[in-house]
Design a protein around this ligand. Structure first.
Ligand code: DGY
Length: 321
């Protein structure tokens, strides 16, 4: 119907989410799920009140400044917002929202999967079965590192980090964390706070990264900090690739200084540093932290709740600017 507000949806979204979009909006969907260039995104937003991007669309200042006057909101289908220049949006009076909470359990599940898989060399074992190269059971083959009772360091004790810590307690792990602010004791649940990440690292048999990508956290895991981890530590990253210095991590994995890494996120996705693929001690997943049916529906509905509020002139629940 002509009187429905037009909304640009940059990627293919789950059926239930697109059905609601179609019902309530003049939804410009992307049936082919093709990545739009900045230029296309600007063009396709003509007359739209809002854009619903994913983290795959870079809404830089240059793109935001050229969005049509009609665009009042960017309701991202993501919790992360490092792909959106918030200052540029604010300067244009464009409201930006994200989808926190609903993907925390799913992302913590993937972090735990990576932690267990990297520690127990599940990726190598699986490869042996698939390539039919499993010679024979052996008492000295495929030996991993036990997880139970070890120490886990969590960088970024937000929603996902806290759930990860809770899951890790199920393996009797001792939890250490570094966060911008210390959490209240009832939220800490016995986890040991370190004001400086450097002070925490020597206590981390396992390190799981859950902080957002910001200019401050870029290359947070660099060579100097890796050197502070115990010998044969395991690193897990489900936040953003930018938090890790690839050269430093790859060198430490190559030399055996680190036992393994489990990574769901990378710099320059999907064209990741090819050296990761060559290493036997990396467990690599294609950014599937939030990829469950339940979570992707919930992310879509949360983005639409935000959009509905903005269109109705109400305050959206997840306003960033
Ligand atoms: C997010 O929501 O930021 C995830 O990384 C992508 O789904």
């Amino acid at each position: 119907m002509a009187d429905k507000p037009a909304v640009l949806v940059t990627r293919k979204l789950p059926d239930a989410v697109e059905a609601r979009l179609d019902r309530d909006y003049d939804a410009r969907l992307n049936a082919d799920d093709r990545l739009y260039s900045g230029e296309e995104l600007i063009e396709r937003s003509t007359g739209a009140v809002a854009v619903i991007p994913c983290h795959t669309e870079k809404l830089s200042a240059g793109v935001i400044e050229r969005l049509p006057e009609t665009v009042r909101a960017i309701c991202s289908f993501s919790v992360g917002y490092d792909h959106i220049d918030l200052n540029a949006a604010k300067a244009r009076g464009i409201v930006v929202t994200n989808t926190p909470d609903v993907l925390s359990d799913a992302t913590a599940e993937i972090a735990m999967l990576l932690l267990l898989g990297a520690a127990r060399r599940a990726f190598e074992g699986e490869r042996e079965i698939r390539t039919d190269t499993w010679a024979e059971w052996s008492a000295i083959h495929n030996l991993g590192i036990q997880v139970t009772g070890k120490r886990l360091g969590v960088v970024g004790m937000g929603r996902v980090g806290r759930i990860m810590a809770r899951r890790a307690r199920g393996f009797d792990m001792e939890i250490h964390y570094h966060n911008r602010r210390r959490l209240p004791p009832e939220v800490e649940e016995g986890a040991i706070f370190h004001e400086r990440v450097e002070d925490m690292l020597p206590h981390c048999d396992f390190l799981s990264i859950h902080c957002p990508a910001t200019p401050d956290t870029r290359h947070l895991l660099n060579a100097a900090r890796i050197a502070l981890l115990p010998e044969s530590a395991v690193v897990v990253n489900t936040s953003r690739g930018a938090v890790v210095d690839d050269d430093a991590l790859i060198a430490a994995l190559r030399s055996g200084r680190l036992f393994a890494a489990g990574l769901d996120v990378f710099n320059n996705e999907p064209h990741i540093d090819p050296r990761y693929r060559e290493l036997p001690n990396t467990f690599l997943l294609p950014h599937i932290g939030s990829a469950t049916r339940e979570t992707r529906d919930a992310m879509g509905f949360r983005a639409l709740d935000n959009l509905d509020a903005i269109v109705a002139g109400r305050e959206p629940r997840d306003r960033l600017v």
